[in-house]
Each structure stands twice: as structure tokens, then as C-alpha cells.
Design a protein around this ligand. Structure first.
Ligand code: AKG
Ligand code: FE2
Length: 275
């Protein structure tokens, strides 16, 4: 079995977690969310899950329908849906890891994904993939600058049967066309409140939910170097009126801070629109 290292969130520094990410491409951070925060997130998100329901609402290709799942509830724009999510975005451990791994390649990073992924009974395993292949036009060279770091927070227990994320430790160093053998992937089993941190270059995928009645609720938060277009369109999912009331660091991560020449309004900082 490949080794997926586990660390205690409260006792492990960002430098240590970053070292493990550089070595293995993935790590489970136990107790990443306190019990109060976990409760608050679930309460915020409960208000949306059943109304939105499973599957894609505006599918563009059959591939995406399959990739995103037909028995999975998935929606993004969490900064506007959950006040508690704003605290998760600013967790010191997450920010400090992003500082260490992404800042060498950018002035600052952006929120790339802020997504609820609830895998329901009968869902099949997702295709194993690298999230950074969203930017497939960037040539893959080795060593490659870090583009993206991500955290899959377990908001319910992640078990083998409920669809815990599959991950291939070490695969961030593989050639881009190498596929993992069965014995090279492992499921990130973890209790609610823990998180799987991984790199955009690490192979992974959602698991199958073989239970009768268990909902695997994950919250997927990622950062990307600030000069790439983020996957989710935060300007549309988080209305500007709502952004005006958010902490400055959240506003920056949503894209109101320009990256030198990129993302400007009247060749200036979009922050002025929030004043
Ligand atoms: O749900 C999961 O465990 C992983 C989801 C994922 O990797 C994705 O949608 O890109
Ligand atoms: Fe993914």
C-alpha cells in the first residue's frame, strides 16, 4: 500500500506540511477544523444541499456529466453561502502553506475552488485526474512550478464505503501520462473535521459510495497562482454587495486585488469598487 502520511493539524507547522506535500504530493491533516466550525459549516450548507440536489444543472458535455457525478450534490460559490467558510479561507495553516508553496511563483494567490461535494449512495468512482490539467495549455516540464494547492475537508466521516477520496501519493513527480496501478492508490479515510491537503499535480479522484444511506460530504477549497484564471467565477457567485462586507483578505482572495497588470479596473486595483 502506498503511504499517505497523517499529521495532527494543531501540532504541525505549515513548513512541515509543505515538506510532506513536496515529498508525497498529499497529506491528511487531522483536526483541521474545530468542532464548532464543523457544526457551523454543516448548518450553513444544509440550507442549500437538498434544494440543489444531485447532478449538474447546466451540463455542457457528457464527459463533465460523468466526471462530476450523477449522484453527487455539487455547488460552488461558498463564500456567499456560508459565513463560516470565510473563516476556513483564512485558516493560518492553509494560508501559510499557500505562502510557502505558491508565493515563489506569484505575487499572491487566488481562491480557485470553493465547492461542496456530497457523494450520495450509488455514485461510482470518479476518473483519477490531476486538477491542474484544467490549465492543459501550460507545458508540463519537470520540475514544474507549483500552480495550485488544495484541501478537501471532510464535513462527514470519509470512509472507504462512503466514497473517501482516492489519491496516488508521489504521483506529483510522475510523468504526466503515467497511470496509477491499483496498488499505487489509497483512500483518504478520515473523520469529519480532518482534511486531505494535496497539490494540483497529484493524481486523485472521488470514491464510489457503496453505502445504502450515507452521504459523504466534502468541502473542496483550493488556491491558484494569481496570474492564472481561477476555475470558479467568484465575481458571479459572490455578489459585489456581499463582498463589500467581507474581510479584506477574503476580498483579495476573491480577486479584488490585482496581480501586477492582471485583473485591473481602470488599470488600478478593483479594491476601490468595494469602498
Ligand atoms: O470528491 C472528491 O473526493 C474529489 C473530487 C475531485 O477531485 C474533483 O471534483 O476534482
Ligand atoms: Fe479533483
Amino acid at each position: 500500500m502506498p503511504r499517505l502520511e497523517r499529521v495532527a493539524g494543531a501540532e504541525t507547522s505549515a513548513a512541515e506540511v509543505s515538506d510532506i506535500l513536496n515529498r508525497d504530493g498529499a497529506v491528511v491533516v487531522e483536526g483541521a477544523l474545530g468542532s464548532d466550525m464543523l457544526r457551523a459549516l454543516n448548518a450553513d450548507l444544509d440550507r442549500f444541499v437538498d434544494d440543489i440536489g444531485v447532478g449538474m444543472r447546466y451540463p455542457t458535455t457528457d464527459f463533465y456529466v460523468d466526471f462530476y457525478g450523477t449522484k453527487t450534490v455539487r455547488f460552488d460559490g461558498l463564500p456567499a453561502k456560508s459565513p463560516a467558510f470565510l473563516d476556513v479561507m483564512q485558516l493560518p495553516l492553509l494560508q501559510n502553506i499557500a505562502d510557502i508553496l505558491l508565493k515563489p511563483n506569484c505575487e499572491d494567490y487566488l481562491l480557485n475552488t470553493a465547492q461542496l461535494i456530497e457523494i450520495r449512495p450509488g455514485e461510482t468512482a470518479q476518473l483519477i485526474h490531476r486538477d491542474e490539467d484544467a490549465w492543459s495549455y501550460i507545458p508540463r516540464t519537470k520540475p514544474q512550478p507549483q500552480l495550485q494547492i488544495e484541501a478537501m475537508f471532510a464535513l462527514s466521516d470519509f470512509t472507504k464505503a462512503s466514497g473517501a477520496t482516492w489519491v496516488a501519493p508521489g504521483s506529483h513527480l510522475w510523468d504526466s501520462d503515467r497511470e496509477p496501478a491499483r496498488q499505487e492508490i489509497v483512500q483518504a479515510e478520515m473523520p469529519a473535521g480532518s482534511a486531505l491537503f494535496y497539490l494540483g499535480s497529484t493524481l486523485h479522484g472521488g470514491g464510489a459510495n457503496t453505502t445504502e444511506d450515507v452521504h459523504r460530504r466534502g468541502m473542496f477549497l483550493g488556491y491558484v497562482v494569481g496570474w492564472l484564471r481561477a476555475e470558479e467565477n467568484m465575481f458571479l457567485t459572490v455578489p459585489m454587495e456581499a463582498a463589500k462586507t467581507m474581510p479584506v483578505r477574503v476580498q483579495e482572495l476573491l480577486g479584488y486585488k490585482p496581480h501586477a497588470f492582471i485583473g485591473v479596473v481602470d488599470v488600478s486595483s478593483p479594491m476601490m469598487l468595494l469602498q
